[in-house]
Design a protein around this ligand. Sequence first.
Ligand code: GMT
Length: 377
Amino acid sequence: MAPKDTLRIGITCYPSVGGSGILATALGKDLARRGHDVHFICYERPFRLRVDGPRLHFHRVMVNDYGLFKYPDYTLPLSVRMAEVSRDQRLDVLHVHYAVPHATAAILARSMLPREQQPCVVTTLHGTDTTLLGYDPGYAPAIRHALINSDAVTTVSESLKRETQRVFDFDDSIDVIHNFFVPRPPRRSREEVRRELGLRDEVVVLHSSNLRPGKRIDLLLETVARVHPLNAFRLLILAGEPFAPFSEQVQRLGLTECVIVREKVTDIEDYLQVADIGLFTSETESFCLSILEAMCFGCPSVSTRVGGIPEVVEDNQSSVLIPFGDVAALAGALEGLIDDKTRRSALGRAAQARARERFSAEVIVPRYEALYRRLCR
Ligand code: GMT
């Protein structure tokens, strides 16, 4: 890439285990691979950005705990760091993932700088910044203000775009740029991982998430408890947060032998390669990156038909969609796929092809690049 084509991009996201941070990290890595200079500005190193790389840098935001403050403030130190990095690295773009408080901090950072040093602000909404905080009168006006003052707003699905327009009464333009996933080659063999999980010939049903309330882990476990026979499969849960709050339900439903939990897994590909069917019972989901991660390994899912999920998968072609809350139908669909290896494989092949054609870095990242260039012009 010629030097004049190189963009200098600041990225702020939540560094913890969660879809928006994972997506932001993957985007930053891919932009750096394409020759851009990328600067992450966060309170911690994003969990999938283990080390800096060529053109890939991490700038920590220091948060103080002053005695006067009952609650430590993050927004102001973040905005100051954003302004410093923008000035020192001559950033063209500040791309914030998740509106609260990142978009507000970016707007403030931009206004701290002289006009010729001001980066363009791009805000990407990922879900609960609209679907949860957008309904909170203590947040909504601040989010709306930050969106109006962003140079561009993107959402990760059409569904989230519609809801954002409605919830914030926002009629400026919104670009829909779907999520993408770049699978790394697994570090261990399939056999090694199956051995670690203590599997014989059971089908592996996979659920990966941060276990937050909207994921409805209660319904996930109820669904699994209805599937027969229980010893034909194991439910592998890759948990981004501690699973302990659900242990009592696992015992009560007699699922102790059936459920395998791995917490805060970093080598997710090791486990994705052994997954046969994904299971997602979410109440709200703007995209569901976990479904896409499974698709990349030829694994179809049974999931609820909510939010942006029908944009990620096609019902009965690459996955099975069930109305939210219909546990009997979820269990029936799951049982059907556990029993039918041929259908499972056909759906899995279609899912993998769809992931490659629509949600690969090659397809999605150039859309962000085009947006940045449009703004920089
Ligand atoms: O609530 C979560 O699952 C975390 C949240 C996030 O911001 O990390 O996930 C949201 O962003 C993901 C990446 O764009 C989407 O795949 C998830 O669907 C979305 N979650 C919700 O909308 C509930």
